[in-house]
Write a protein that binds this ligand. Structure first.
Ligand code: PEP
Length: 229
């Protein structure tokens, strides 16, 4: 069971230090945090593995605004998200670019959480499986790869997929690629346990609720309870 906190573009270095002064991951579950690039070195070495929120596919080069896997490894970063829906929506990230990022990061020795998921319109049109199939078709299973199923309509909206809907999507994802699958989309302390109890849900990618120690610790504790079952 893995709980990954995606801090998005939140938390300065000082706020990162304040978080780790209070946060103690509960035993019995794996926890990682994904701070913004500028807060990574304030997060490394605090007892919780640190992942980046994105990573470029080249080792170096004229790619303004990008960061390479080697640069992250040098800081003590253990993994990276790729293909988050906010990257796809706001920054034109394509399936092809996501595949390049994932492969380069895995080759460099990082773990990778590759995010996939359908928009509300795609679900209403009945295209969920086609979208997931296309997004996953560019990824190859790897021992350090995890997929995060994050329905876009559930991210930051307070609308969570029902446990049954999450389970159905995770089963479909696992029929296409044999890797662990996290659920993401408005996971909160009060809904975490029933989602995490689904047999094909291997953990959660948590945005908003990972920013405060109390709610994030409560979600990690829910994961530890489920892992014991
Ligand atoms: C996310 O950022 O991946 C996410 C799922 O956000 P939230 O938990 O806020 O919906």
């Amino acid at each position: 069971m893995l709980i990954a906190g995606n801090w998005k573009m939140f938390k300065t270095r000082a706020q990162t230090e304040a978080f780790f002064a209070e946060f103690r991951p509960p035993p019995g579950t794996r926890v990682v945090v994904c701070p913004p690039f500028t807060s990574i070195d304030a997060a490394v070495g605090r007892g919780v593995p640190v992942y980046a929120q994105n990573v470029h596919w080249e080792r170096e080069g004229a790619y303004t605004g990008e960061v390479a896997a080697e640069m992250l490894l040098e800081l003590g970063v253990e993994g990276s998200l790729v293909g988050h829906s906010e990257r796809r929506q706001h920054f034109g990230e394509t399936d092809h670019a996501v595949a390049l990022r994932a492969q380069a990061a895995l080759d460099a020795g990082l773990r990778v959480v590759a995010c996939v998921g359908e928009t509300e319109e795609e679900r209403q049109r009945g295209d969920t499986e086609a979208v997931l199939r296309a997004q996953l078709s560019v990824l190859d299973a790897h021992r350090n790869l995890i997929v995060a199923y994050e329905p876009v309509w559930a991210i930051g909206t307070g609308k969570t997929a029902t446990p049954e809907l999450a389970q159905e999507a995770h089963t479909f994802v696992k029929s296409l690629i044999d890797v662990p699958v996290l659920y993401g989309g408005s996971v909160k302390p009060d809904n975490a346990e029933e989602i995490l109890r689904q047999p094909d849900v291997d953990g959660a990618l948590v945005g908003g609720a990972s920013l405060e120690v109390g709610p994030f610790a409560a979600i990690c504790e829910a994961a530890a309870r489920v892992a014991k079952l």
